[in-house]
Design a binder for this molecule. Sequence first.
Ligand code: SAH
Length: 336
Amino acid sequence: MEPLTPSTRILQIIAGHWLSCSVYVAAKLNIAELLANGPQTVEALAAASGSHAPSLYRLLRALAAEGIFEETSKGVFSITPAATALQEDAPGNVKAFVLALLGEHYHGWGELLYSVQTGGIAFDHHFGTDIWSWYRSHPAEGLNFMKAMTAMTQYVDKAIIAAYDFSGFNTIVDVGGGNGALLMAILKATPAATGIVYDAPYVIEKTAEAIAANGLTNRCGVKGGDFFKSVPPGADAYIMKYILHDWYEEDAIRLLRNCSEVMKPGDKLLAFDAVIPEGNGPHPGKLFDITMLVATGGRERTAQEFQYLFEQAGLQFNRVIPLALPDVSIVEGEKL
Ligand code: SAH
């Protein structure tokens, strides 16, 4: 095959943006769900989704060219394996992630230039408030974001459990544990351990429901609070997934110090985040890092940068444990 010309390469990247916008609209209009029971005409899809049939046809034709939906006869579309990832409630679906990352986060991406020129947070620049306050005051999007994070956890939880032995821990606190997906997966794999999900009060109401639905109420509690004020004491492991990457150095160190202050010698702190390798090679964390730049003001980090944060917080940096998936690694720290 001929190598791509420089112009073709850039044009393909631009088309990737158009494609992701098209995926967002299909998700927003629930097209994948409407096709769950069999093929539908575009007119029926337009009527059921409240959209303009000729325009919807063009959207679905463009998506079908990428294997997302298929035009099985003229004007009739059906589901494809790729499109099932947009079906709410389908196992392993990423619909909530699509709605969040191409919904409210999109406005941050629209102001990426602002972030790169000033170092400021594009999301805050656009909305006039930080993302966590915005979610508190937009409960539907806030709940959707927590579903998105749960899906991201379920994407990696088996790889985490395969890579780390949690059986030595009695009590695990998941700091910023969201709706509890990771801690519940760990507790299911570690029958002797108990745990607490610690997160903002508006988040943990749903977390308590999820824990009850999983039959783990006797081993897993919830606590609402602000992790910049304090972290629950009494555990021998503090875990935090997709937390440190939300914060810039000063805040990340403050949060780690709050953990360090309640930890006893030998207790472990495990951060689950992308760890950016040296060099020019591709790594999913390198673009996630830009999402952090525009949406939260945080960042993805190298192993050395994690070591710096841990040491500033009074924790020993032990090691980075890679997972089968490159998206996340386990960064282990320890209280001396
Ligand atoms: N660990 C979860 C959620 C990550 S999203 C997962 O990987 O799926 C970041 C989480 O940090 C959200 O649940 C958010 O509610 C929580 N958070 C943000 N600021 C917080 C604060 N000041 N105190 C407690 N939790 C906070």
